[in-house]
Design a binder for this molecule. Structure first.
Ligand SMILES: [Zn+2]
Length: 347
């Protein structure tokens, strides 16, 4: 079996020859390693051996308990997988490239047997204020996320949305209310905080977001000054908090709050009602549809495999553009013999 042949099992890629998994959610046996693209909970698990960037190492330590062997890779550094005690002689290498999704998020380029495979994890092409710039690289096979894989998902210009968001905050404060911006505590919270730098608005961060923001700061990411959320002193501040339980506490607080949800899904009509918010702003840490297509063009692969979100729709769209593409089926044990399908014409 060639080294880059893989199976798609329970939502994760497994390379049996390499004893390597990509973004597995479940605990894997002690002899196999897991590449963790970033520290969001749907990409992590309690694994025995993990490969990741240094920021993801620190963020994952803050979020996932348990002991594990950790192997930290630098962006752009090509490493032999044999270096990681995986006990194989495949000659395969792994190189991490910034994904631009959250700070430290990485795509992995695997190379073996004259073939290359790029796995994106979550990514975004747009410039970020709190994450590295995404760096697509050429690969024979591209395995990519397609969260916004339908043509209708086109995000407005980021500056336009941020201007509207700051108006929302100022208007709310002027009315004697507290603006609460709802976004995930890893990634969205830091991007919102960084985006408020020129507004001069005082910010309080929910404790989960505060903990992770301190890790960003330990790596030299700069933010405007902020305080950890103190409900007794919240008046006059913009609050950044994750969706969920914290909101009911805040709603019960005095003065009253006005809530804005910040998510790419705000593109959907009626999003603010679904999130029970007063406003919804379409900012995302994922690539929108035009950027998914642009990304494929930059990687220029011979075959694209899609997963997450509208994977089937996006694969169909790519085939319409003359690009060989297939959605990864979530059925367990789907075997994908890449080297067989691609042949070795380029070797
Ligand atoms: Zn993510």
């Amino acid at each position: 079996m060639p080294a880059l042949d893989f199976e798609f099992i329970r939502g994760a890629l497994h390379f049996p020859q390499l004893r390597l998994w990509l973004d597995a959610h479940e605990r894997i046996g002690p002899d196999e390693a897991v590449f963790v693209s970033h520290a969001h909970s749907d990409h992590t698990g309690r694994h025995a051996r993990v490969l990741f960037t240094s920021p993801t190492q620190k963020l994952m330590r803050a979020r996932v308990s348990g002991d594990r062997r950790e192997y930290v890779l630098e962006f752009g550094e090509r490493r032999a997988l044999a270096d990681f005690d995986l006990h194989h002689q495949s000659g395969a290498t792994i190189t991490l490239w910034p994904a631009g999704h959250v700070f430290g998020s990485a795509m992995s380029l695997l190379e073996a047997d004259g073939l290359s495979l790029l796995y994106t994890g979550d990514f975004k092409l747009r410039a970020s204020r709190s994450a590295e710039v995404c760096q697509p690289c050429q690969a024979d096979v591209l395995v990519m996320e397609t969260t916004f894989g339908r043509p209708k998902y086109i995000l407005p210009p980021t500056d336009q949305i941020l201007t509207e968001l700051i108006v929302f905050c100022r208007t709310t404060l002027a009315a004697g209310e507290v603006p609460v911006l709802l976004g995930y505590s890893l990634g969205k919270a830091q991007e919102l905080l960084a985006s408020l730098v020129d507004s001069g608005l005082p910010v309080m961060l929910h404790e989960q977001a505060a903990k992770l923001t301190r890790i960003y700061e330990s790596f030299g990411v700069r933010f405007p000054s902020w305080r950890e959320l103190n409900p007794a002193e919240v008046a006059g501040h913009v609050v950044i908090a994750p969706p969920g339980g914290s909101l009911s506490r805040l709603r019960a607080a005095h003065p009253p709050v006005r809530v804005a949800v910040v998510t790419g899904w705000a593109l959907e009509p009626g999003a603010r009602f679904r999130y029970r918010a007063d406003a919804a702003f379409p900012l995302s840490d994922h690539a929108d549809f035009p950027d998914l297509v642009a990304f494929v063009r930059r990687v220029n692969p011979r075959k694209v495999l899609t997963l997450h979100g509208f994977a089937e729709d996006f694969a169909t769209h790519l085939r319409g553009l003359g690009i060989e593409a297939q959605a990864l089926d979530p059925r367990p044990q789907l075997e994908l013999g890449l080297s067989f399908e691609l042949g070795r014409q380029r070797a």
